[in-house]
Design a protein around this ligand. Structure first.
Ligand SMILES: Nc1nc2c(c(=O)[nH]1)N[C@H]1C(S)=C(S)[C@@H](COP(=O)(O)OP(=O)(O)OC[C@H]3O[C@@H](n4cnc5c(N)ncnc54)[C@H](O)[C@@H]3O)O[C@H]1N2
Ligand code: MOO
Length: 393
């Protein structure tokens, strides 16, 4: 069977998804969402010329003075009036420049003597020195945050200062997580022979921590077709993600259970290591992502498919995880036809692949700070060659 290239599988997955409906949220609640529309400035910042320093507002042409003090301008309490030649106004950082003034003499370079202010230093270096002109940051109507950009703390701040109290964003994505397998019991349970603590569901939920999701924990579903079919048929979510039972064994029941519940698989098996047996499709209103059970395979496919799917449904303009290029700290063999995501560590800016790359090995994954991407048919690489990595730290 031909395996689907990773990028093609990602594109097909996004095509299966519908964008979550938009809601308008107060700024603080919108943190971490993606802007659902261009956020334009409703005001100009600064709205008027402001002093950038504590000192004295002057007319540059009047240097070297002395200057006659006629008043004060503080942030929020502007001076009302206009400077005549030779006059100055005491001014503070963020305060409005008085009419007629064009520069600020910092107080470290001035000495007051009653209402006479003498220049004792160099003074402003240029006309307009120490002044932030109206519109320096942005002008009314400028795009502050483009549609599809993530609402980082700084972008929330610029929206606030741009005159917004609430922003349009996609509503949270409801995601149901099911672990499948007869061998699984909740972490911490006493183990009978053949039983294993469940770790994938917990790991996936934790991977979603920074995303705007509502997690519905379906717990552990046994390898029984009727039970699994019934469980899937009852799902009410935007995404159903399962782990395990995705491969070809007699007890790999996720695909028949999804189909039995009325779902349809769009693609199965990716040219990817680890994570080959991943499947995707639809079940009612939900996009279904069937991740392989091997814990590292579940982690890598969640990084490459689940997290980007949530970002795409939440309105992200660029939902795929970014990769960067770093030099290799050790040689790597040539790759075969599957894109390989090696568990690795970054040390002194160089990437090292951990020794044994087995998709069951959680301790190796837990130590990894990056995934080293090996494209299909990549030739052998030497120490110092550039490698594409996905940062996990
Ligand atoms: N004949 C073939 N066998 C396998 C193939 C293949 O192409 N032909 N593919 C292999 C690959 S690659 C992978 S990956 C695995 C994935 O199989 P499943 O998705 O069916 O996963 P399971 O068999 O259910 O489990 C695999 C492994 O992981 C453990 N597991 C499962 N769920 C959890 C969980 N929630 N928490 C912790 N550990 C979990 C499970 O006990 C197994 O040890 O198939 C290969 N086989
Ligand atoms: O694709 Mo499996 O995840 O190699 O072990």
């Amino acid at each position: 069977m031909t395996l689907l290239p990773v990028a093609e599988a990602q594109a097909r997955l996004f095509a299966l998804a519908r964008a979550a409906p938009t809601e308008t949220l107060p700024l603080a609640a919108a943190a971490g969402r993606w802007a659902a529309a261009d956020i334009r400035a409703r005001r100009t910042q600064p709205a008027t010329d402001l002093s950038a320093m504590d000192g004295y507002a002057i007319r540059y042409a009047d240097r070297p003075g002395p200057f006659t003090l006629i008043g004060e301008s503080a942030a929020g309490r502007p001076f009302v009036g206009t400077l005549a030649p030779g006059e100055t106004v005491r001014i503070f950082t963020g305060a409005a420049m008085p009419g007629g003034a064009d520069s600020v003499l910092v107080q470290e370079e001035a000495t007051p003597d009653g209402t006479t202010i003498r220049l004792t230093g160099e003074g402003p270096r240029r006309h307009g020195g120490n002044v932030r002109v109206r519109g320096l940051d942005f002008k009314s109507g400028d795009v502050l945050v483009a549609a599809g950009e993530r609402l980082t703390p700084a972008r929330l701040a610029v929206a606030a200062i741009g005159g917004h109290a609430a922003l349009p964003v996609a509503r949270t994505v409801r995601i149901a997580i099911a672990a499948t397998g007869d061998e699984l019991v909740p972490a911490g349970s006493a183990l009978a022979p053949g039983q294993l603590p469940e770790s994938n569901g917990l790991m996936l939920a934790a991977m979603l921590g920074a995303l705007p999701v509502e997690v519905i924990d379906l717990g552990i579903i046994p390898d029984d077709l009727a039970t699994m079919t019934t469980a899937f048929a009852q799902v009410d979510a935007d995404i159903l993600v399962t782990t395990g039972g995705a491969s070809v064994g007699d007890h790999d029941l996720v695909r028949p259970a999804l189909e039995g519940a009325g779902g349809a698989i769009d693609f199965w098996k990716i040219a990817l290591r680890p994570g080959k047996p991943m499947m995707a499709g639809r079940l009612g209103d939900a996009v279904v992502l069937g991740l392989p059970g091997n814990p590292v395979s579940a982690f890598v496919t969640a990084q490459l498919f689940l997290l980007p799917l949530i970002a795409a449904m939440s309105g992200a303009g660029d939902p795929l995880p970014p990769t960067i290029a770093v030099p290799l700290g050790e040689a790597l063999p040539a790759n075969d036809h599957r894109t390989d995501y090696l568990r690795g560590e970054l040390r002194d800016g160089k990437a090292y692949a951990s020794t044994i790359q087995d998709s069951s090995m959680l301790r190796t994954l837990a130590r990894a700070t990056c995934l080293i991407v090996r494209q299909p048919h990549a030739p052998a690489a030497q120490i110092g060659d550039s490698a594409e990595i996905l940062n996990l730290a």
